[in-house]
Design a protein around this ligand. Structure first.
Ligand code: UDP
Length: 235
């Protein structure tokens, strides 16, 4: 008999962290805002705009610009993080733009910019996914025309076992067998990928399985986001 794979947290391989929470309209000063939480990871997103792009040389007459700024607050992890931009935050900001752009009707806003500020209040891995989930809701809340929102989650591999939604220990400290692989992904509600990254090693066959696992989980996240947007719409 093969021994059942045990995660440090006690979760089953295909189990996301809990709680999964979403709330829309939490920052009155913003044109749109939202919070997304999964386990101990919490992201806040606020949208400002569309507004005229300044300085003028950055204006694009063909379409608007989505500008995302991802920031992990210095107290979001135990070892205080030095405030200000870093290579990592610049990369995640870009990734966030790429994950959101396919659903955004950005052509409607030539010479304009839509600013999305993502702040990670608490970080226990999966912060880029939580940030994308919050940003998608905040953009919808701001009334920016979108084909749909998007939902983001990571799948991955611990040694040889495929798992969903890695936490910090699994992402950074797990070192048994083949170690860990983290694959953050973003999906439209009809299951199309708008973003995928692979951090670690995985075979083509397992990658396909990981995408399927995440696609299913993204649907669950979408339901939570949709409910939060509906609640604010009814207020
Ligand atoms: N982390 C940290 N300090 C840093 C960067 C990351 O403690 O300077 C932690 C944090 O908990 C983060 C996790 O490492 O959520 C994983 O970071 P990664 O770069 O893989 O991105 P994420 O999984 O958060 O999208």
């Amino acid at each position: 008999m093969t021994k059942e794979f045990k995660r440090n947290s006690g979760r089953k391989p295909e189990e996301m962290r809990t709680p999964i929470k979403a709330e829309v309209g939490i920052i009155p000063n913003a044109d749109g805002s939202a919070m997304f939480q999964v386990g101990k990871t919490i992201a806040y997103a606020s949208v400002f705009g569309p507004k005229k792009m300044h300085p003028q040389h950055l204006q694009n007459p063909a379409k608007g610009t989505l500008r995302c700024t991802y920031n992990m607050l210095s107290f979001s992890v135990n070892d205080r993080i030095r405030p200000g931009p870093s290579r990592r935050s610049t990369e995640i900001s870009k990734i966030t733009e790429w994950a959101l752009e396919p659903v955004l009707m950005i052509d409607n806003y030539p010479n304009m910019v839509i600013d999305v500020h993502i702040n990670i209040i608490q970080a226990d891995a999966g912060t880029r996914c939580a940030g994308i989930n919050a940003a998608a809701m905040a953009l919808a809340h701001a009334g920016i025309p979108m084909k749909s929102i998007v939902s983001s989650v990571a799948a991955g591999k611990l040694d040889k076992t495929l798992v969903l939604d890695l936490d910090k220990y699994e992402d950074s400290e797990y070192d048994e067998g083949e170690g860990s692989t983290d694959i953050p992904m973003t999906f439209t509600p009809d299951g199309r990928l708008t973003h995928i990254q692979v951090d670690g090693k995985i075979t083509g066959k397992q990658l396909k399985e990981a995408v399927e696992l995440a696609r299913k989980a993204a649907k669950e996240i979408y339901e939570v986001q949709k409910k939060a947007l509906k609640e604010i719409g009814e207020e």
